[in-house]
Design a protein around this ligand. Structure first.
Ligand code: MSP
Length: 507
């Protein structure tokens, strides 16, 4: 099956639709977008999936409170997601809703398949159920044996007839899968998951009789399928499982499932076990990023500190927000969002370092060479140093993005930008102009144009609008990663565009 896979496949979790997207959900989607764009500029075929998780008790209750049927309630909320993603330049290829008929049919097909394989049986379940989180917990997993650690709400003891999935059967296979390679990342998450599995897995209750809003169990209409079992299957139903097997085979398995750390367990234990049961290939990577706090505080509606990413992007620009989130927080660790830190980075890194570098370069090309990028000949040691650093860092940046070390990748791009600024200050092109040292001046401005060209391509996955603006000012238009590994790509005489400020400084 692997032989015909020809697509880089990246996914985000499916968001619950009880509220509009906040900065935490934007964080996951921006990181996924970066990977998708990076692989596209590497010339790969990419499938980037996001969507919404629409079944379960929470939705049913929220709709009821508004006097609406669940589907009608959901339909009104979906545009908050699609619009937010559009504004944040999230270039997904497909948006799946778990209420899509195609998904529902494919979930039923999958359920039947693993039932026929002997991995589903009828039993009775009793447990501490957290309604907001739609999860059963054991006593040991609860605060004071009662309260949910995730949302803090009191859990309820529920007993019901339920279909079970033989999760325990896959314990050894899961350990092998996770230990064999860097599937679960970062390392801390991998260790957590391995410890969890090694403590012993119990079979998983995958149907409910107490809940009405969900996909009915094919063999017994009194049951609906557990919302996580239904939602996890989106990763295969969206790409054609049950509807388009040719497409499915060209995309599956996922190259990266991205998510926040609290749901890695679902993706690194339950999900691969489901796939093993169906005899399907397993995801290559499950990456759990950290959680964002807001000015040191957990984000919550009750605290009134929920940050709307669309508002931030309207105030400071989409790219500033994308840049900030990816630069500020080591990808995989927890981190903090604050407006003050955002403004600082905009002023120093985006407006001063990057913006001024571009502006000074374009203005000088205009002034000294009539807006035409000059040719470089007999380049100096200094020119070569900037060239070598740029090319070396470009290669390294690509590796870091592949390893999902996104903040480190940005740091390397800024090394190029900072080195370029230092190079301007050291080589003093304005003095070369005064002294009429035309050849040296041409070398400096060509070298700067090339380092800006390389930087623009490297920046594209992170800040697509900015990258395009840089190229427009340089008079070029080519976003191929392989071209970051080559020098002398800009043709002599290329007409530069109108110099424009990339990022305004904020007072
Ligand atoms: N519906 C499930 C996922 C099913 S996937 C088959 C779910 N949804 S969620 O809306 O609660 O969370 C979606 C994602 O948003 C998770 O990856 C979660 O980690 C992320 N975040 C929610 N709040 C966050 C922060 N404050 N910070 C970073 N990410 C956080 O779980």
């Amino acid at each position: 099956m692997n032989k015909i896979k020809n697509t880089f496949y990246v996914t985000t979790p499916l968001y619950y639709v009880n509220d509009k997207p906040h900065i935490g959900s934007a964080y996951t989607n921006i990181s996924a977008d970066i990977l998708a764009r990076f692989h596209r500029i590497k010339g790969e075929k990419v499938f980037f999936l996001t969507g919404t998780d629409e079944h379960g008790e929470k939705i049913f209750k929220a709709a009821e409170e508004k006097g609406k049927n669940p589907k009608e309630f959901l339909d009104e909320l979906i545009p908050f997601f699609t619009e937010a993603w559009k504004k944040l330049n999230i270039s997904y290829d497909y948006f799946i809703r778990t209420t899509d008929l195609m998904h529902e049919k494919a979930v039923i097909k999958f359920f039947k398949k693993i039932y026929e394989n002997g991995d589903i049986y009828l039993g009775e379940y009793e447990g501490h159920y957290c309604v907001p989180c739609e999860t059963y917990y054991t006593k040991a997993q609860l605060k004071e044996e009662k309260f949910c650690f995730e949302c803090g709400k009191e859990t309820q003891i529920m007993r019901e007839e339920s279909y079970f999935f033989k999760l325990s059967k896959y314990e050894q296979a899961l350990i092998g899968y996770i230990e064999s390679a860097d599937v679960v990342m970062p390392e801390t998450r991998k260790n957590e998951i391995l410890n969890f599995i090694k403590q012993g897995l119990t079979d998983l209750s995958i149907s409910r009789t107490s809940i009405k809003w969900g996909i009915p169990v094919p063999l017994n209409k009194n049951h609906v399928i557990y919302v996580w079992f239904d939602a996890l299957l989106n990763y295969i139903t969206a790409i054609g499982y049950g509807s388009n097997s040719k497409q499915f085979k060209s995309i599956w398995p996922a190259d990266v499932h991205l998510m926040g750390k609290e749901i890695v367990r679902f993706h690194a234990v339950i999900w691969p076990a489901m796939l093993l049961s169906a005899g399907m290939p397993l995801p290559k990577k499950v990456f759990g990023h950290g959680w964002l706090t807001v000015e040191g505080q957990k984000m919550s509606k009750s605290k009134g500190n929920v940050i709307d990413p669309v508002e931030v992007s309207e105030k400071y620009s989409v790219d500033a927000l994308r840049y900030f989130l990816m630069r500020e927080i080591p990808f995989g660790s927890d981190g903090d969002y604050s407006e003050k830190a955002l403004v600082q980075r905009i002023n120093s890194e985006l407006a001063d370092s990057l913006g001024n570098l571009l502006n000074r370069s374009i203005v000088m090309i205009e002034k000294y060479f009539d807006g035409k990028i000059p040719k470089a000949v007999n380049i100096s040691k200094q020119d070569k140093e900037l060239r070598d650093l740029t090319l070396k860092n470009a290669e390294e940046t690509g590796k870091l993005i592949d390893e999902l070390q996104l903040n480190k990748a940005l740091a390397l791009i800024w090394e190029i930008i900072n080195a370029s600024n230092k190079y301007i200050n050291d080589s003093k092109p304005w003095e070369l102009a005064k002294k009429e040292e035309k050849e040296k001046l041409a070398n400096v401005l060509y070298t700067l144009s090339e380092s800006l060209r390389v930087s623009s391509i490297l920046l594209y996955p992170f800040m697509p609008e900015t990258a395009i603006k840089i190229q427009k000012q340089l008079g070029i238009n080519s976003m191929k990663f392989e071209e970051t590994l080559k020098w002398n790509q800009i043709k002599e005489g290329t007409k530069t565009g109108q110099p424009e400020i990339l990022f305004k400084k904020i007072e």
